[in-house]
Design a protein around this ligand. Structure first.
Ligand code: ATP
Ligand code: MG
Length: 141
């Protein structure tokens, strides 16, 4: 199933993402794509909160990955600095993406074909200073 929404504030995006986290299942993967500053990290924060995680979610820098403890483990990735698939493969992230926690992957477009099938894909676009167009493709078709 595909859906498109427009949010009009950071808070609205956060609240929408909270519900994704609240209904996430073990092994859920959220692949986020879109330009700088479109709201990928806001969505990661909302999903984390929905998973019951109260820690502050920051952009992962160390090894481009951060793990948090919630209803399930959250694996938060930021692939911005990945330049090619060889580089990505050396990091063995697929272990996590096919693992038991919930994965949120910022800049998922950098991982191309390595992203698992049957996941939730979220594409963000700037639609004004405080507006964002969010296209979501749910798993299962
Ligand atoms: N409707 C909206 N939804 C989400 N964020 C919004 C919205 N309107 C304005 N913003 C602002 O846009 C910015 C989004 O920042 P965020 O760090 O989430 O982007 P990002 O996609 O993760 O960028 P990066 O690629 O640099 O990691 C924030 O400053 C937020 O306040
Ligand atoms: Mg970010």
């Amino acid at each position: 199933m595909k859906k498109e929404i427009i949010t009009r504030s950071e808070q609205e995006t956060f609240n929408w993402a909270f519900d994704l986290g609240a209904s996430a299942e073990q092994g859920s993967v959220f692949a986020l794509s879109g330009d700088l500053g479109t709201g990928k990290t806001i969505i990661a924060k909302g999903i984390a909160k929905g998973l019951g995680i109260d820690d502050e979610i920051t952009s992962p820098t160390f090894l481009m990955m951060e793990i948090y403890e919630g209803r399930f483990q959250l694996y938060h990735f930021d692939l911005y600095r990945i330049d090619n698939l060889e580089e990505l493969d050396e990091l063995n992230f697929e272990e996590y993406w096919f693992g038991d926690g919930v994965s949120v992957i910022e800049w998922a477009e950098k991982a191309g074909s390595r992203i698992p099938d049957n996941i939730t894909k979220i594409a963000l676009e700037w639609a004004g200073d405080t507006e964002r167009r969010i296209r979501i493709e749910y798993p299962g078709n």
